[in-house]
Ligand binder design. Structure first.
Ligand code: ZN
Length: 547
């Protein structure tokens, strides 16, 4: 009977070039996994010796393995749903370079939709800059293509266009006032709404579109999870704003259908969850398990840069005297941050413009003075993208605030952002080397899917090459090494998730989450890292994706 009681591993991955990112043992050939964790790492021979009759042996055939990647800022549940259910007019996903091409897709959908039912679509942020028409479609364009259905199409998170039927159902006419924090664009001659709705004005239309059901929501998450696994992602920090999304996650997990790990950032303010309702549960950051947990609360101070609503001190170049949009005033922000902080929650504040950066730093400064707490790991979403003055860097380091930059924003729409805010504010965009050297804690987040796919390899490639999709090399002096770039999506991301005890490196005792790559990212030219094929993604020792 000797040996029967030995805990044979569930799986052994051998004959690989496993970059563990662990100090001391950077590269090993094999790892053994049991109960979802790494139980041994070393040479193939010694690890294979541990196998029992039922151990699954996976020959890596010399390929490179890295720890499973984390994307620290996604809208997966929301956008996965959109991806499955909405008409796709996004130019980053297909050839949609004219208003005509958008209208063709809408009328095609209308042709198979009963008259009177909604046609809901999504475009890409700042698509008006890139389409040959150099503008968004308006209600007249939409009416001409789809006269018998209410139509709504969003271009990123900050702009929605509706046709006449949709505006009527939402009660938007020339008499309708702009809501606080939003604007209804109007024809300067007639005063009639053009169909273009900014920021909170979008909610007037989205509020009358029929909601999705639970099955659609689960399928949406599962779909987006699959897309992420295909790019080596094993953990996401997902911003959710609807209890239905939280329920969908739990049901999916209970049904055995959640194949990636998710930390939920519960959005409060402009959300279907209030600060009160979240805090009254008594939940603190970390509640949950290794698959699904509470990662903190999220709130947004300003609008998005892609809708030119990020809050800056200086005006936009193309909208005279306009400095962006404030969604949460300083008083409300201070109070909300302090309450969440005191309740043991971790805060994630969205700030994109420099004035919003300073508002968020001020709120944290006050909360930490009123109620000092070590290791809070409060975050500022989108900080690190630009305008990182020495003063802001000093505050981040001193207070221990985690910055979540999004180089994907620069990669896809950096050129249009520069047109909107000017080269001056973009000269040292994404100064990631400066921030790392200064000791700022950081993790990478893409703001995907929806805008663009979840793909940390694309972002890692951009940190290293600084080569943007639109052709320029942006501030090459801020390039990271390949190792540093991976750390933003492994070890540092684990820290940002309060999970460095079990994620980020591949070593005994940690979760067996890993990505098998077709080539070694440390040995290909930086421009090619984004194109590296993921051949296998392993979560908890189980193969969840295979090319
Ligand atoms: Zn976001």
């Amino acid at each position: 009977m000797a040996g029967n009681h030995l805990p044979y591993p569930d799986a052994v991955f051998f004959n690989g070039k496993i970059r563990t990112f662990a100090p001391g043992t950077p590269v090993v050939q094999a790892v053994a996994c049991s109960g979802g964790r790494v139980v041994a790492a070393g040479n193939s021979d010694e690890v294979l010796r541990l196998c029992g009759a039922d151990t699954r042996e996976v020959n890596l055939k010399g390929r490179t393995v890295v720890p499973g990647l984390t994307d620290a800022h996604v809208h997966l549940a929301d956008k996965g749903l959109a991806e499955r259910e909405l008409v796709d007019c996004r130019d980053f996903y297909g050839p949609v370079s004219t208003i005509d091409a958008v209208l063709t897709r809408l009328s095609k959908k209308a042709a198979t939709t009963p008259a009177g039912e909604w046609v809901v679509a999504q475009g890409s942020p700042m698509q008006d800059f890139r389409m040959t028409d150099k503008r968004f479609p308006d209600r007249e364009d939409l009416d001409a293509a789809v006269p018998e259905h209410p139509v709504s199409i969003s271009f990123g998170a900050h702009v929605t266009v509706a046709n006449t039927k949709a505006l009527a159902l939402a009660g938007i006419d020339r008499e309708r006032q702009d809501p606080a924090g939003g604007s209804i664009e109007r024809d300067p001659d007639t005063g009639e709404p053009t169909g273009i709705l900014n920021e909170r004005a979008q909610h007037i239309v989205s509020g009358v579109i029929p909601d999705f059901d639970a099955t659609q929501r689960k399928l949406g998450i599962a779909y987006a999870v699959q897309q992420s696994l295909e790019r080596g992602v094993t953990t996401i920090h997902d911003i959710v704003k609807d209890p239905a999304a939280v329920r969908a996650y739990q049901e999916l997990k209970a049904e055995g259908g959640l194949h990636m790990r998710s930390s939920l950032l519960l959005r409060v303010i402009e959300s279907h969850m209030s600060t009160d309702s979240v805090l009254e549960t008594g939940l603190q950051v970390g509640f949950g398990d290794e698959w699904l947990r509470v990662g903190g609360v999220k709130m947004s101070i300003d609008g998005g840069i892609t809708g030119r609503n990020a809050l800056f001190y200086d005006p936009y170049l193309d909208v005279p005297d306009y400095r962006g949009l404030i969604r949460i005033e300083q008083d409300e922000l201070d109070e909300t941050v302090l309450r969440c902080h005191r309740a043991g929650m971790r805060c994630c504040v969205h700030a994109i413009g420099d004035r919003a950066f300073d508002m968020s730093l001020e709120a944290y400064e006050k909360a930490l003075a009123a109620s000092p707490r070590e290791d809070h790991r409060h975050r500022i979403e989108h900080m690190g993208n630009w305008l990182m003055s020495p003063q802001r860097i000093e505050k981040l380091v001193r207070m221990g605030i985690v910055a979540i930059p999004n180089i994907s924003l620069g990669y896809f729409v950096g050129d249009s952002i520069r047109e909107a805010i000017g080269a001056g504010r973009m000269t040292r965009a994404f100064p990631l080397k400066t921030l790392l050297d200064a000791g700022v804690k950081m993790a990478g987040g893409s703001d995907a899917p929806g805008y663009w796919p979840v793909d940390p390899l694309r972002d890692i490639g951009a940190y290293v090459s600084r080569r943007m999709l639109w052709g320029e090399t942006l501030a090459p002096e801020e390039a990271l090494s390949v190792q540093q770039a991976f750390e933003l999506h492994t070890t540092h991301a684990a820290f940002a998730g309060f999970e460095e005890d079990r994620k980020g490196t591949l070593e005994v005792g940690k979760l067996a989450d890993m990505a098998v790559l077709a080539e070694d990212p440390f040995e290909v030219p930086a421009e090619r890292i984004k194109d590296l094929k993921v051949e296998m993604t392993v979560v908890g020792g189980a193969v969840k994706y295979q090319a």
